[in-house]
Design a protein around this ligand. Structure first.
Ligand code: AMP
Ligand code: MG
Length: 344
């Protein structure tokens, strides 16, 4: 279970006691720094990788070892980007998209495992999560305001079905059972990268850390006795937080319709695609998932965005240790069952 301590105000606005913690923190800081710096300090780095901002932050007692750990995480993010980016001709993912429609393509164990994980989430979400969404998704360009025409979309939707991705674990190959299939791991790869980064830090003995890749974060430990704070953005007020979550030892992912989009005739075309239509899912504005690891929270935030409030919460309430906060099309907040059992 994520350790979340939130309270819901009568007007429905979610509040936390983070502000109070912050105040206590800043008063205490003046006294704490000279003392703490004898035993360690915070190290952090932020870099644009995987088409997003990667942020790494942790507590360490040895500056040289800390710099080494920061570099290791950043290198790992570049490695995963080179393996899984749909925008790099040289990535393994691009090799699959070029060849698997015609013949089996050999892939690394890591990519194979993430493809299997994706299929697992597809089965769990009844196909709301589907990496073959890209058979249609590749015809959108959100920066340029481009979308497929009706004929293109109708043809492309025929090639969306996660069951078309056939994995042969023994042979280490992937093959598509339809020639027009195209896959994209944008809904799960950042979570995977965050989990890998956390593993690297743990292997170096670091136990108070946070790694964020855009909307996907994972936290280990607390923040020197305080919780870490992760904000859920107000989907229609950039830079304003709708919810603040004080967290420890948790992964948290947010998917929102404000991240990559354009509007045409009053309709918002954004990057989360309903696999049944090839069009953007429009029931909700954002979904935040809390859980033990970022690969799953990343994939589930995208999935619940497609499923909408009712089906999404039914799914989340059936899963142990996973919680959700959904902001619907009218800006109203919805919580999974365990989050509603809040402390007064
Ligand atoms: P996120 O911000 O984690 O929700 O991921 C959004 C990304 O997931 C998009 O940019 C696409 O790359 C990918 N995506 C969009 N729709 C789907 C879907 N239905 N299933 C799986 N991945 C998707
Ligand atoms: Mg996601």
């Amino acid at each position: 279970m994520p350790r979340v301590n939130i309270s819901v105000k009568l007007d429905g606005v979610l509040e936390t006691d983070v502000k109070r913690w912050r105040a206590i923190c800043s008063i205490g800081l003046a006294f704490a720094i000279p003392c703490e710096s004898l035993y360690g300090e915070w190290f952090s780095d932020s870099q644009p990788i995987m088409g997003t901002n990667i942020h790494v932050e942790f507590w360490h007692e040895d500056p040289a070892a800390a710099r080494d750990a920061l570099a290791a995480v950043i290198d790992e993010m570049h490695r995963i980007d080179e393996l899984m980016s749909p925008f790099r001709e040289s990535s393994e993912l691009s090799a699959i998209n070029r060849g698997a429609g015609a013949a089996p393509v050999a892939v690394s164990a890591e990519l194979l495992a993430l493809l299997e994980r994706s299929a697992e989430v597809s089965r769990m979400t009844d196909g709301a999560f589907d990496i073959t969404y890209a058979s249609a998704g590749r015809f959108y360009d959100y920066r340029k305001g481009v979308r497929p025409d009706e004929a293109q979309l109708t043809a492309a939707v025929q090639a969306i079905d996660y069951r078309y991705v056939q994995i042969d674990r023994e042979a280490g190959t992937v093959r598509f059972a339809h020639p027009e299939v195209y896959v994209d791991l944008g809904g799960i790869a950042k979570g995977h990268a965050v989990d890998r980064g956390i593993e690297l830090l743990r292997a170096r003995g670091i136990d108070q850390a946070m790694i964020a890749a855009g909307g996907d974060s994972r936290i280990i430990g607390d923040r020197r006795g305080q919780p870490w704070t992760v904000g859920v953005q107000d989907p229609r007020k950039p830079g304003t937080m709708a919810v603040l979550l004080p967290l420890e030892d948790t992964a948290v992912s947010t998917s929102g319709d404000y991240e990559r989009f354009f509007e045409r005739d009053g309709v918002r075309y954004h990057h989360i695609i309903d696999p049944t239509t090839g069009d953007s899912a429009r029931e909700v504005r954002s979904v935040t998932i809390l859980g033990p690891e970022a690969t799953l929270t990343d994939a589930l935030s995208t999935s619940v965005f497609v499923l909408g409030v009712r089906a999404g919460l039914t799914l989340i309430d059936s899963l142990d240790g996973i919680d959700a906060i959904i902001i619907d099309g009218d800006g109203r907040l919805h919580y999974s069952r365990d989050l509603l059992q809040v402390e007064p």
